[in-house]
Design a protein around this ligand. Sequence first.
Ligand SMILES: Nc1nc2c(ncn2[C@@H]2O[C@H](COP(=O)(O)OP(=O)(O)OP(=O)(O)O)[C@@H](O)[C@H]2O)c(=O)[nH]1
Ligand SMILES: [Mg+2]
Ligand SMILES: [Zn+2]
Length: 374
Amino acid sequence: MNDLNHDLKNPDPSTLDPARLDRLRRIGLTQPLLQTLSEIPQADEPQWLRRVIEVQRDHVRLHDGDDDVPARALPRLLKELDAAADALAVGDWVLAAPDTWGRWWVHRRLPPMTQIARRLHDGRDKVERAVIVSNVDTALLTMGLDHDFSLRRLERYLALVRLAGVDPVVVLTKLDLCHDVSRRLRDVDATLPSGVPALAVNGLAPGAAQALAPWLGAGRTAVLLGSSGAGKSTLTNTLCGAALQDTGGTRAGDGRGRHTTTTRTLHVTPLGACIIDTPGLRTLRLDADEGALHGVFDDVARYAAQCRFRDCRHLAEPGCAVRCGVLPGRLQSFRKLQREAQRDTMSALERQQQRSEWKARGRAGQMRAKEKRS
Ligand SMILES: Nc1nc2c(ncn2[C@@H]2O[C@H](COP(=O)(O)OP(=O)(O)OP(=O)(O)O)[C@@H](O)[C@H]2O)c(=O)[nH]1
Ligand SMILES: [Mg+2]
Ligand SMILES: [Zn+2]
């Protein structure tokens, strides 16, 4: 607050103070983001450009490259975002200002360059969109080489980030605990679309930071995604060269994590990259319709064009090119995601109809069984 006069006044990119801009670049401000400032209507009162580095239930933390302050979003902004199934997320750039009591308020959010979001399902009818992070260049898809290893889950994470237009890098952790790393890496390579890099690291050793350096240059932003216990916070600490995040052991029985991390937080590494640690997701439902899904399973789409029948469902149809060309496990993943996407895009009425159909079918089955018995 003491250097407000040197700070960003009404945000016209051409008038921004270079020293202030440099500080913001340290926490990931890019030229294209700066450009979006000019699309935002000028405010009457001065507002300052800040990055959201943490989101809590009732407040966020905003950073200016040097320091951070807690802030709350104006009710108007919350309402606006909510109406668009949107929300403030770590990585967002916002315009904020303090009130007369020195409490900071977020007035506007700059349109995110990228946004990773998933669907949350209440188990009945309600499906909502939940934003995970904004403005990231790279997603480090973190998976342990121990019990955590699952190619099917990896495919889901991969689809999640490709839907958002974010570059994925597969980071297999716990290299030091695995005896057949090269086989695992071969399996990953065979499953992933070509061009997706995959590497194995010991997240506890400084070598992990060197291995990931190509994606963590100054001003770049990366997010760590993966299940609980995969080693995301361990990697965050190694990449930052400090014990910033709590890490937790895994459960003895099934090797699952203990959900140690509970909020998403952005940190800056000594090399100047921004790294966002996230809590392990318990469920991951894609925010995609069928068309978008075809976009990320482009191999399926490519082979589908060669199937004998235009409306081939790649089940048992003769002349199906997808069943020949795509690995069975990957095809299974695709089908599962496709079914989910279909279900989520059904209207409440359609879902009700489907439920009564199921009920009717169940009753018919019971009747048949009864008839058989008698
Ligand atoms: N040996 C070994 N242990 C690791 C490695 N990476 C993580 N661990 C251990 O795995 C456990 C879980 O690591 P965390 O970093 O807390 O996992 P996380 O992904 O942040 O988990 P959540 O916060 O629950 O989502 C800790 O006991 C770590 O010490 C690794 O590469 N090698
Ligand atoms: Mg963690
Ligand atoms: Zn087919």
